[in-house]
Design a protein around this ligand. Structure first.
Ligand code: WTA
Length: 651
């Protein structure tokens, strides 16, 4: 394949914060003198008590410990609201675009944001929430979700945002895991013309969590669609009722830089989702600095990150990064394809968006709908495009560049993870020549490396597993309540190194090309799914004996979910059962976890010691029958032929 290189234009090199010479110089400094570099950058935040120490980190198991600015004090909500009041109180902070284009949107100024946050913070306090308490946020994409996050930050409560597409079951597990005594939700959510029963799910989740020993004191409910929902006396309160008359005067709690800010659950290769823990100072610095430099955000720009706040992208690049920078952040309740595949571009024109950040899966879906939906809109306001969540294939990249951006807008393909808090490998628009499909070069302070299976460093051009050799301020600090799991998951594969779980190639120019997960995590439409989670949902069904789940190539989703299922003795495969199992997984986890294909099989390929050979299952699912490799170590090699035949017949 021939690579097209898109050089930085003179105009971009001039207008951007960072051109290539500056990138080189700053990058060198950031890795040679992290203390000096980050101390200087940290001046961009408002500190209540200045720090005297900068970096204090160790990647050496079992004593992994990550601390940044450990004796400094600040408050995240004060950094995102109070400090902007004098200079931009009347400027829009959040521009809300509703699901239905025919209904009216909302604009929230920094002054209004500040007032709303303070009121809700006082409401939380008056309902008993204290510093360090966990508050679960299960909300649609409406401005109140940002108020909720910032209100927690204001009083030092730790929020755990749960994606509104997760089921009651999944919500219950997360409430229970962090012993969250409070939930903030809405009557219903809206997405793509449909409603999501958030309060009904919350009620069910609280029942499940309490049966398992958790205790939920209060549920605060935002009236959004006006649906008739049950309110439990003494426990449930309406947001608008408790806010009304509550004082908007709420001093921001001074927080240590290493006090927890939030927990965000994410899937790994084993067990239940982990509560990724981020803290206050390092996270906010990293989120705001990457937002400013990667998107080259200048005052007056209209910026739209089309992610959901239920994921880390929404945390760092809808709420914390942009608001810390005093930016205008567009918040979108809907989906890219409703009511028509032109919706994104219509929103771009309506609000004169300059910077758009979205995911490859959305681009592939829109690309499939035809160019007319794009070309009939203007998009003249666009200046910069971003991509996140999964590898972007060169075809989708070129389409984004040529059709969406009229070959005028650089694309920043940003590689990062829930664990990293912010963008790690990315072009900077004024500094980096682009190659379609490459996340290009590390951000300041990030030291990536490639290792082979034995942990030996790969120098120069080559492929291997992607590790990061030293800490950066946005790094997660622990798995909530389970530091050992943190150490085990990220620092045990390669001694002294943070293992990302991703495979990667580095080319002759030192550019990084992420190739996807090398562990048992699959990436479905940019959402992380642990195969173990889907498997345990399936085997919880009374008719299922055993299940093995793998990812397989999917045109739009990137990866689809392929489930091999063995039934209990006496049960027969059928189309109905296949439907029932898909429905079952939706209920156990949520629609995003629903298997695309269920392959009933009398047996699974196992080694003599009983280990399922996933390598073979992946190959069969991908229709790669010629490269199955050695099957002689299997307990029953015949199983593989049966699987291959069945796969061929399924098409
Ligand atoms: C994948 C999302 C290639 C990767 C911010 C990573 C990407 C996982 C990219 C993290 C990209 C994210 N190119 N792959 N630009 N961005 N990924 O935690 O496999 O939801 O490990 O964070 O998504 O997903 P997470």
């Amino acid at each position: 394949m021939t690579e097209t290189v898109h050089p930085v234009t003179d105009e971009w090199a001039k207008r951007a914060f960072v051109d290539n010479a500056r990138y080189e110089e700053m990058y060198q400094r950031s890795v040679a003198d992290p203390d000096g570099f980050w101390a200087e950058q940290a001046k961009s935040l408002d500190w209540i008590k200045p720090f005297t120490k900068v970096k204090n980190t160790s990647f050496d198991a079992p004593d992994v410990s990550i601390k940044w600015f450990e004796d400094g004090e600040l408050n995240v909500s004060a950094n995102c609201t109070d400090r902007h009041l004098a200079t931009r109180g009347d400027q829009t902070a959040i521009l809300w675009e509703p699901d239905d284009p025919l209904t009216e949107g909302r604009t929230i100024t920094y002054r209004e944001l500040h007032e709303n946050v303070c009121r809700l913070a006082n409401v939380l306090k008056s309902h008993g929430v204290q510093k360090g308490d966990r508050v679960t946020i299960y909300m649609p994409m409406i401005p109140e979700v940002a108020y909720a996050m910032l209100a927690c930050a204001r009083i030092g409560a730790i929020h755990s945002v749960v994606f509104a597409g997760f089921s009651a079951e999944a919500l219950a597990g997360r409430i229970e895991d962090c012993r969250s005594g409070y939930v903030i939700t809405a009557d219903e959510g809206r997405r793509g013309g449909r409603t999501v029963p958030l309060k009904v799910n919350t009620d069910e989740a609280v029942t499940i969590a309490e049966a398992a020993g958790a205790r939920v004191n209060h549920v605060i409910v935002v009236k959004h669609t006006g649906a008739d929902v049950a309110m439990k006396d003494g426990r449930d309160v309406w947001y608008h009722e408790v806010i009304d008359g509550t004082s908007a005067d709420c001093p921001a709690e001074p927080m240590n830089a290493e006090d927890p800010l939030f927990i965000l659950y994410t899937s790994g290769s084993t067990g239940k989702p982990k509560g990724v823990l981020h803290t206050t100072g390092g996270y906010l610095l990293y989120a705001s600095m990457t937002h400013r430099m990667v998107f080259d955000y200048h005052d007056g720009d209209i910026y739209w990150c089309a992610a959901d706040v239920g994921w880390v992208t929404g945390h760092s690049y809808i709420v914390y990064g942009p608001l810390a920078n005093g930016a205008l952040s567009v918040m979108f309740e809907g989906v890219p394809t409703w009511p028509t595949p032109s919706r994104i571009w219509e929103v771009v024109d309506k609000h004169k968006i300059n910077i758009l950040y979205t995911a490859p899966t959305a681009l592939r879906a829109l690309m499939g709908a035809g160019d007319d939906h794009v070309t009939k809109t203007s998009r003249a306001s666009l200046r910069l495009l971003g991509s996140v969540g999964e590898p972007i294939n060169p075809e989708a990249w070129e389409w984004y560049y040529r059709v969406v951006g009229d070959s005028r807008c650089p694309i920043v393909d940003t590689w990062w993870q829930t664990e990293t808090g912010g963008i790690m490998i990315t072009p900077l628009p004024g500094a980096t020549a682009l190659k379609a499909g490459s996340a290009t070069r590390p951000f300041f302070g990030v030291k990536p490396a490639l290792v082979d299976a034995d942990g030996k460093f790969i120098e120069g051009a080559g492929s291997g597993n992607l590790v990061i050799t030293d800490s950066w301020p946005g790094q997660m600090r622990s798995v909530y309540g389970d530091h050992e799991r943190f150490v085990q998951t990220y620092f045990s594969a390669y001694a002294g190194l943070y293992f990302t779980g991703d495979g990667c190639r580095r080319d002759e120019d030192g550019y990084y090309w992420i190739t996807g997960r090398v562990d048992d995590v699959i990436n479905v439409s940019g959402h992380r799914m642990g195969t173990a989670e889907v498997e345990s949902a399936l085997v919880a069904h009374p008719k299922v004996s055993e299940a093995a789940v793998v990812g397989y190539p999917h045109d739009i989703k990137g990866q689809g979910i392929y489930a091999y299922v063995t039934l209990m003795v006496g049960e027969e495969p059928s189309d109905e059962l296949q439907k029932e199992l898909k429905q079952w997984v939706r209920k156990e986890i949520g629609p995003i976890a629903q298997p695309d294909l269920i392959h009933f099989t009398p047996g699974l390929p196992k080694t003599r010691s009983g280990k399922i050979m996933r390598r073979i299952l992946r190959k069969v699912a991908a229709n790669e029958f010629d490269t199955l490799g050695d099957t002689s170590t299997l307990a029953d090699p015949g199983v593989v032929n049966d699987l291959v035949e069945a796969r061929k017949n399924n098409g």
